[in-house]
Design a protein around this ligand. Structure first.
Ligand code: NAP
Length: 261
């Protein structure tokens, strides 16, 4: 199975991915800022599964730390999976949000997974195998739900994943975007809406990750655990492709043309 590198593995969704991937036979490299929490997750998993679990403390919004993790992805030939999970969100509208924190969000939610995918993908292509899982969010298709920059970062992750699938699927690389809905983790406290984690509508984190991995096993490129009717996504995607496939025209749509030019 090889080694899975999981970012944001010190808590929440990333810690459960680590647990489930170890149980599937992967060795692990766990990345997050808090070394003590990473060590605790690593010890619990290695005690339970006997897999090799290493930790790499890194702040992925810091360039030097990010470069260190990229280097590991390039150099460690045992790595067969990257889970781009680390991220944070917000619930405040633009007028109540601090632009510096928004920029930090873009650094962590956009720049870091993009650079890590750029490090992993060429290595996976050379090896003819590998899996990249990118954790997006339902706000990727619902930017009105939470903070708009957060929605924008997750829309980037979704679009980037779809383009990776387009470019790499025929080179042996598996690609998946996961769009969780509200999931019971520390995310909500950090985002400024701690109560949501206790809402009956919040999905337990184990249930979310197990559904996401079931989607991977089904061969899905986009997995939306809380979506009840999966056919709706297929319709949405078919309409998107229909529109995207009909946009190369020298003339604008007739509704914009007052006289023939
Ligand atoms: P979480 O429990 O707060 O986990 C976030 C993880 O990211 C932690 O391990 C945290 O560890 C790590 N992290 C934060 N800042 C970091 C940094 N600068 N560098 C490296 N690691 C960093 O929240 P979660 O719900 O599991 O979130 C995981 C992903 O799911 C995020 O991308 C989030 O946007 C997405 N998501 C969550 C929900 C939800 O409702 N929970 C819904 C949709 C999508 P350290 O603090 O130790 O660094």
């Amino acid at each position: 199975m090889g080694t899975a590198l999981v970012t944001g593995a010190s808590s929440g969704i990333g810690a459960i991915y680590a647990d489930r991937l170890a149980k599937r036979g992967y060795d692990l490299i766990l990345v997050a800022r808090n070394a003590d929490r990473l060590q605790a997750v690593a010890k619990r998993i290695s005690d339970e599964t006997s897999r090799a679990v290493n930790v790499l403390a890194a702040d992925l919004s810091d360039r030097d730390d990010l470069f260190r993790v990229e280097q590991v992805l390039r150099d460690n030939a045992s790595i067969t999976m990257l889970v781009n999970n680390a991220g944070f969100g917000g619930v405040t509208p633009l007028l109540n949000s601090d632009v510096e924190r928004m920029e930090l969000m873009v650094d962590l939610n956009v720049t870091a997974p993009m650079r890590l995918a750029y490090a992993a993908a060429p290595a996976f292509v050379v090896r003819g195998a590998g899996t990249i899982i990118n954790i997006s969010s339902i706000v990727a298709i619902g930017p009105e739900i939470l903070n708009g920059v957060y929605g924008g970062t997750k829309a980037f992750v979704l679009a980037f994943t779809q383009s990776l699938q387009h470019e790499l699927a025929d080179k042996g690389v598996r690609i998946q975007a996961v769009l969780p809905g509200g999931t019971a983790t520390e995310f909500w406290g950090i985002a400024g809406a701690g109560d949501y984690a206790n809402s009956p509508l919040a999905m337990p984190v184990e249930r979310m990750v197990d559904a996401a991995l079931a989607g991977l096993d089904l061969g899905e490129v986009v997995t939306i655990p809380p979506l009840q009717d999966g056919a709706l996504w297929d319709e949405y995607e078919a309409l998107r492709r229909r529109i995207a496939g009909d946009l190369a025209h020298a003339r604008p749509g007739s509704r914009y043309v007052t006289e023939i030019a």
